[in-house]
Design a protein around this ligand. Structure first.
Ligand SMILES: C[S@@+](CC[C@H](N)C(=O)[O-])C[C@H]1O[C@@H](n2cnc3c(N)ncnc32)[C@H](O)[C@@H]1O
Length: 370
């Protein structure tokens, strides 16, 4: 079966690495994602284990789409009952990726696919339904690639997020930072500016070999509401994931912040993510920290002037911590693209990754140590 896992363009390599470790085959980069082939077992595993994918689609057809009429005619010949069940409402979203596609228009593309699906399966076309089965029609160069959204809800929604911090990272971005920094859970980790705890919680999951989507409820994944769902296989894959979880992290995970209310939020969030008892929390300004282990990875999402007022001199203080108490630690710092790097007064980073945090251009700077 063919799939596309979507992600920001900047993190495609990280996602491809995850897919290859899951034994997905025929990996190929596509616009904002990675295409792959997998049998049902590997596909189910991917939905549970991918830390950096936003969504997953199963590709079910590639149809000629020079005109709406040609698309409608081709769509009528697809065995939709192999994919869509009569009892669930469905919706069709159209992505028109070039000028010719836009000339056909969104509504005619949706209409061509929706009427073929409804006619073949009897399923109600109800875009306004609460969680309809998602059909995605991507039109480019005269071809409509039709995908089924097998993830259902976006995969960054792990189910543990709480409100209360103004500048949280998306869970999938936090996991990407960790993997880009080469974190595999075997070294101590500290996030001294943890805010709501996103990075440290994702790290605890990695350190415990815990599947990021393991706590999703029944019927939450799109594929559970689609034709061909193999409940016995899904149960086996989920049981294997639960069994793979280690009783404790392979190395300690520390999370702290200057603000006690944020540390309390991070602790409560970790409790919802069921890793709280495996992490250590502290309230302290970064300037007064003592390294909790001889070596490890210090990772931090520095405050941005735009959303959290950056303290003057903070960059210099971060640099001092990395030359002083954390001199033997590796470091990974997420900073705005235009940040005054000279203020760190550190040797050049070993690696620098250009990323987007929402609409903000940011950089992940990785400092390896001797
Ligand atoms: C951009 S936020 C981190 C958000 C976090 N990655 C998340 O997903 O929730 C930066 C954090 O740095 C904290 N902070 C600012 N100055 C600090 C300092 N001197 N020492 C420790 N933490 C500090 C802020 O309280 C804020 O929570």
């Amino acid at each position: 079966m063919r799939f596309i896992a979507t992600c920001p363009d900047e993190t495609k390599d990280v996602l491809a690495g995850e897919l290859s470790r899951l034994s997905a085959r025929e990996l190929r980069p596509v616009y904002r994602g990675v295409g792959f082939e997998a049998d049902l077992e590997v596909a189910y595993r991917a939905h549970l284990w991918l830390r950096t994918a936003s969504r997953i689609q199963r590709i079910v057809a590639e149809l000629p789409a020079e005109t709406a009429a040609a698309l409608a005619q081709a769509a009528a010949s697809i065995p939709w009952t192999d994919f869509v069940l009569a009892r669930h409402a469905f919706a069709v979203s159209a992505i028109l990726a070039d000028k010719d596609a836009r000339a056909i228009g969104e509504a005619p593309v949706q209409e061509a696919i929706a009427s073929a699906v409804a006619k073949a399966t009897g399923a109600p076309y109800r875009p306004e339904a609460e969680e309809p089965v998602g059909v995605v029609a991507h039109v480019k160069a005269g071809i409509c690639t039709v995908g089924l959204d097998t993830a259902g809800r976006a995969l960054h929604k792990r189910g543990w997020r709480l409100p209360g911090h103004p500048a949280v990272l998306k869970e999938t971005l936090a996991a990407s930072l960790l993997l880009l920094a080469g974190y595999d859970g075997s070294e101590p980790l500290i996030d001294p500016m943890c805010g709501s705890g996103t990075i440290a919680i994702e790290a605890a999951y990695i350190a415990m070999n815990k599947a990021p989507l393991i706590h999703r409820g029944k019927d939450d994944f799109g594929f559970e509401r689609q034709a061909g769902f193999d409940r016995a296989l899904w149960r086996r894959v989920s049981d294997q994931a639960r069994a793979a979880k280690l009783p404790a992290p392979r190395a300690p995970v520390f999370a702290g912040d200057i603000r006690a209310d944020f540390v309390e939020l991070a602790r409560k969030t970790a409790l919802r993510a069921r890793v709280e008892k495996h992490m250590s929390f502290f309230v302290s300004p970064l300037q007064q920290l003592v390294a909790p282990a001889p070596r490890g990875l210090l990772i931090a999402n520095l405050p941005y002037g735009e959303r959290i007022s950056a303290q003057p001199g903070l960059y210099a203080d971060v640099g001092r911590a990395l030359r002083g108490p954390f001199a033997t630690w590796r470091a990974a710092l997420l900073v705005p693209a235009g940040a005054p790097l000279a203020a760190f007064d550190l040797p050049r980073p070993s690696q620098s990754f250009a990323l987007m945090n929402g609409a903000l251009e940011v950089r992940l700077l990785v400092f390896e140590r001797r």
